[in-house]
Design a protein around this ligand. Sequence first.
Ligand SMILES: [Zn+2]
Length: 478
Amino acid sequence: MEYEIVIGLEIHAELKTKTKIFCGCKNEFGEEPNTNCCPVCLGMPGAMPVLNQKALEYAIKAGLAMNCDIAEFSKFDRKNYFYPDTPKAYQISQYDLPLCHDGYIDIELEGTTKRIGIERIHLEEDAGKLIHDASGEGSLIDHNRSGVPLIEIVTRPDIRSPEEARTVFESIKSILEYTDVSDCRMQEGSVRADVNLSVRPKGKGTFGVRTEMKNINSFRAVERACRAEAERQTELLERGLEVVRETRRWDDLKGTSFPMRSKEEAMDYRFFPEPDLLPVVIDRSLIAEIKSSIPELPFDKRRRYTEQYGLPLYDAKLLTESKKISEIFETALEVCKNPKLVSNWIMTDLLRLVNEKGKSILDTALNGRIFGRILLYFDRGEISQASARTLMEVIAETGEEPDSVIDRLSLRVQRDENLVSGVVKTIIRDNPQAVSDYRAGKTKALGFLMGRTMAALKGNGDPEQVRSLLIKELDRTE
Ligand SMILES: [Zn+2]
């Protein structure tokens, strides 16, 4: 029997507000533990939460970018559970009236477009961070994360394969990055996914029993977790066994998941309206204002790059994956108006440099304007490919302007015919063996002489010119 995989994702993303969601404490990662806390985020009795307007606006922005309806009336609820990372013994979240609902995103998969429903996006507060002592002595808690604003994005169960799950996660992360509502630092856990997965015989209308895997924080891990879980469930069904409704923990190092708690052990959160916060009533004009601030999103950008610039989908995808790279592409293109050339250089040389030296080089000297100028000079034949590479590396280090590096390192292509002719004559005089080889019909010898000439010109010869001058000189003195 053939089985079909059904996946839904719940993605948590920390919002990049300056302060926490219900108090004025700094929202910042990596500070000394328990330094950004106050009675509100520590859950002291009597402390009153006040909603951060910016967090609300960011959540609306994310919702609009994912084509959601924004609820004009929404409210907060208490999700009750007792765990040491939550000092109040409840989390302030949204239950039955989420801020955003009924949206969608479009994803591109092997050249076809698929629409994935977004059921809801709601606002909530993050919990503190437990640090378990390696010796087993106990656990420590850092409340700097308590009260950091989060959005939870819940997709509909429209995803049908592990690759698709990965693409949806990547697309949502990229939308959050483009709209600038989250810093999207995956390794710091600021974006993480819960995976709901079930399998069913192909063609069957109803869903199978699903399991949930929580807090997966890399694209690759989501894909692997989905693949392993789909295999595990399929195997159970094939052996005539049942899938148990449960929460499992994905261990990416071991490449397998372990049961955490079953449905019977599932917590009853006893949701009820948060009495310390007023309901949220949103003005239509605020929604319109936020809507107008949304930039062109990756899916549309990708389409435009293929249509307007004639780039292959592969290029367009790579260039739009990160907002920063797409900005560099567009700025460079204003200077060097050759889309395929700019795209090729970004995908090979620039990304190689980023890999070697870190993303920070894109924020400093080697910006889109400078990068475009280097490529313009190369496209016009004023500098060689090797010189363009040298320029990029030097500028990434020193922050100089291209022209000054070109002058300092004499990188301009040398086309002065008298000068190049002189060099050619010297090379012919100094390499009699290669010259007689060439005259005996060994064409390889010409390549050798060209190499010598280019080296004498410090790589700045124009290959066409060098070649024709060499041939002219060799034929003339024969
Ligand atoms: Zn606080």
